[in-house]
Design a protein around this ligand. Sequence first.
Ligand code: SF4
Ligand code: SF4
Length: 425
Amino acid sequence: MSNNNQHIIESPKEKQTRHKAMEAIKVINTLKEEFKNPLESMEYFYKLFEDVYCHQKSLHDNKVKVGTMCIQIPSEIIYALDAVPIRLCNGFYTDDEIGSDYLTQKACPLVKATVGHFASKNFSDKPNYIYSPTTCDQKTKAGETIKSFGYDVVDVDFPRVKESEISREYFRRSIRDFSIDLSRKMGKKLKKKNLKAAIGKVGYAQSLYHKLCEYRKDSDIRINGNDMFLVTNAFFFDKIDNWINAMEALIEECKVRKEKNISVCAKVSPRIVYTGSPPIFPNYKIPILIEESDAVIVADETCSSNRMFNDRVAVDEWFVNDMLDSMADKYLKACTCPIFTKNDDRIRRIIDLVKSYNADGVVYQAYAGCTVYELEQRSVLAAMEKEGIAILYLESDYSPSQGGQLSTRVEAFIESLKMKKRKAK
Ligand code: SF4
Ligand code: SF4
């Protein structure tokens, strides 16, 4: 870079920040400008992502920030202790490249990017403590690597069998230990009243997600799938009250759209259920390809979206330990990640989503290097075939160079669904 013959030398950190801002703004502008009938109330989310990822704006200056490496850490406990949960799953290619120096090149891009983010120390809201559930092998090992950079990372024991009573007890114990550890670190007692209020608030946020999704079941769609991923990804780090307000505005706008019959896609656009490795901002490579090919994502089965909001904590007794046990049960039982030995729930959920959202097909993405999603594709494909549901399986990573080959496959799939739709008319 030159300015009046003076060379401004960028530090590696400045360069990484600039590259990440470029990745972020490219996707934000695509979502803002490339799709039909954008929603006005999405502006809140576009600005939020721009502030955080292009301008490094901190949202939680004066709060204790608790980093979580997966959805398995109950955010209700963190809120009840007046701290803020920050989900650390990362979607930046810049961070993925940095992470490759610390893990193997063949590792999952999500995990590499998460590690790369820590290595680059490039945080707008740096977590004070980090909790890493021992879910998939790569997340488990990533915790150790992050520890070696000098961060306070606590492993949270997580069972890989979901049905047994032993697993249930095991995870209940893990969640109690997590709450004790965080309370001790923060020097605060977990109070019944605060935990009950936090369960109520997170539950309300979940109910708003479901309310918004109702508008995706209509034959005319009010919000596209990429915007929905942005909305749910914002829940990773936003102030929960602001997120709730922005969701209420979106729901209101969708209500008006329904009255005025405004849709984001044509009637013939194939309706897609998205499943597999989670789309995490700004890696919306495949969701963008799908919607640029004139299809619309009406629902998803991923941990960066639907899985976070699907089931609510059901409490029998409002004592602290009972609430903790109910949370452990909900987080374990409701999870449909392929990390588990047996995962019939996931297949049931995909089929249920296809039926209730009247979808024409399923797109299954597995990140290259993610063994569990790769392995589980066989059983999911067989189940879809049995149900007569069209499905496209894609392996992808965070690299921008893969586009051409993926878009050919996505376009061909969408075209075949369109033909089927036309014939069925
Ligand atoms: S893919 Fe599975 S292990 Fe990875 S973050 Fe999501 S729920 Fe956790
Ligand atoms: S995509 Fe696979 S490897 Fe990556 S975090 Fe999820 S389960 Fe683990």
